[in-house]
Design a protein around this ligand. Structure first.
Ligand code: HEM
Ligand code: NAG
Ligand code: NAG
Length: 331
């Protein structure tokens, strides 16, 4: 016990020295033990807050997962989506009246500022909260890597242009993933996040219509009728489960739904039903694999989350540890 404690201390010291010596290369590698010395309670705090929020509302697990995705795709995983202010990312089209969970992050940050002030970045809180959101929904455990720094400003146009839309073709969604260092497989694996959570009618009602000629032929007719009932006459804010068969459970059912035309968004069903080309045959084969093999899905999902969680800040941006997740620190 005593021995291993001392050798770990030695290791931490030498890592610090190494960073000082090699100042050119910044010490920005993410690690799973980043706060083991500076704030070992971080796991308990995030876990308790996410658990409490999901007991109130199970959907919050999904919302926190999406928050992390929308953070990482714009200027890297830097907590920039959390920044308030008129030109914030949270007011970009894909986020406004859509992304949820900001209050949960605030509550976690408040606890952590009491426990170890100025230590844990908002971006790391979001990454960890997403991990527990997946886990408490019944999904896989994966080691969340930590050590991110918070960005100094938001990038609203980056959010408008960089985040995928459910209305665009799969090939163009793949391009957006490629732009941040992810690939076609990551698109299929991470779309499996839609095994939990909800989407608003405005985002899929173009697939519905009473006139059979223009209804989406890749949407199951009974499911279409039910969605039509839900969406008709509302303001577009009514929500349907992204996974019609197990809305709040993180499982492989999302892929199984796609085999029977029960994906909710055009971009979900397109992974299985798009016209054959190179990309479509790749995504279709992967959908088939994951609909069969939940263990493969779980382990690939963890790996792709770690990959997505490692999208870096733009070159030259050093970041900071924000004190309040909604505003940059005063200089
Ligand atoms: C592949 C491209 C993707 C598209 C086009 C897409 C699109 C969408 C849309 C339109 C919604 C509903 C938003 C609303 O109702 O306002 C949604 C919800 C959601 N998305 Fe995605 N998404 C994609 C990928 C991802 C990824 C990579 C993740 C996470 C790893 C993710 C996680 C979620 C979750 C969990 C929800 C439900 C959120 C909640 O209920 O609060 N999505 N997505
Ligand atoms: C905003 O995001 C876009 C697209 O991701 C990127 O090209 C641009 O450099 C970013 N702008 C700033 C100021 O970071
Ligand atoms: C949906 O709700 C938001 C926020 O409550 C509101 O601003 C918006 O107008 C609603 N959407 C429609 C189509 O009415």
């Amino acid at each position: 016990m005593e021995y291993s404690h001392r050798s770990r201390l030695l290791l931490v010291c030498s890592v610090l020295v190494l960073c000082l010596v090699t100042q050119g290369a910044r010490c920005d590698e993410l690690t799973s033990d980043f706060y083991d010395w500076s704030c070992p309670g971080v796991y308990d705090v995030v876990q308790q807050q996410v658990f409490a929020a999901m007991r109130e509302e199970p959907r919050m697990g999904a919302s926190l997962l999406r928050l992390h995705f929308h953070d990482c795709f714009v200027n890297g995983c830097d907590g920039s989506i959390l920044l308030d202010g008129a030109d914030g990312e949270k007011f970009a089209l894909p986020n406004q009246n859509s992304v949820r969970g900001y209050e949960v992050i605030d509550a976690i940050k408040a606890d952590l500022e009491n426990m170890c002030p100025g230590v844990v970045s908002c971006a790391d809180i979001v990454a960890l909260a997403a991990g527990y959101g997946v886990l408490f929904s019944g999904g896989p455990y994966y080691d969340v890597l930590l050590g991110r720094r918070d960005g100094l400003k938001a990038n609203q146009s980056g959010a408008d242009n960089g985040l995928p839309s459910p209305f665009e073709p799969i090939s163009s969604i793949v391009q957006k993933f490629t732009d941040v260092g992810l690939d076609t497989k990551d698109v299929v694996v991470l779309s499996g996040a839609h095994t939990i959570g909800r989407a608003r009618c405005v985002l899929f009602s173009d697939r519905l219509t009473s006139t059979k000629s223009s209804a989406d032929p890749t949407l199951d007719a009974t499911m279409a009728a039910n969605l039509q009932k839900l969406c008709t006459g509302g303001d577009g804010n009514q929500t349907a489960a992204l996974d019609v068969s197990s809305a709040d459970v993180f499982d492989k059912q999302y892929y199984h739904n796609l085999l029977s035309k029960k994906g909710l968004l055009t971009s979900d069903q397109g992974l299985f039903s798009a016209d054959e080309d190179v990309v479509a045959s790749t995504t279709k084969a992967l959908v088939q694999t994951y609909s069969d093999d939940g263990e493969q899905f779980f382990s690939d999902f963890g790996a792709s989350m770690v990959k997505m969680g490692s999208i870096p800040l733009p070159a030259g941006s050093a970041g900071e540890i924000r004190c309040n997740c909604r505003v940059p620190n005063k200089k």
